[in-house]
Design a protein around this ligand. Sequence first.
Ligand code: 4NP
Length: 153
Amino acid sequence: MKVKILMVCLGNICRSPIAEGLLKSKLNNNNFFIDSAGTGSWHVGNKPDLRSITVSKTHHIDISNQKARQFTYEDYINFDHIYVMDQSNKKNVLSLAKTPEDRNKVQLILNELIPNSNLEVPDPYYDEDQGFENVFQMLDKACNSIVYRFLNF
Ligand code: 4NP
């Protein structure tokens, strides 16, 4: 049985595509299924933002083939763990939950790095390139913690 992990942000074009690409690069085996989605629908079908593609490429991760999609209730059925970037994503994702099991799947991704900190990955959409590098670095560390947890080093 694969462990199924979903990364969620607002547009599914900036933060969660980087998180998906990073985690795939670190958990590159058949025991995991990793995907991403956005709570909003504006960018459905689009490639990641060019700045997310570029920062990932700089770190040798290719996310250019990803396509944005919207989070739906089906994701609660299909995924074991749902990592959100900020409190607004969390609220939107939880608004579709039907059971306590659904709700237990949802976590702020930076709580994997610093438990109970409730820190957020800032939305870099209106930032300069440095904002995307900062997001990449935060998500890199958070994904290392996720890998540590699931591979039980
Ligand atoms: P993301 O960033 O949630 O990290 O993909 C955003 C992308 C687009 C918009 C907002 C946030 N937007 O308003 O279009």
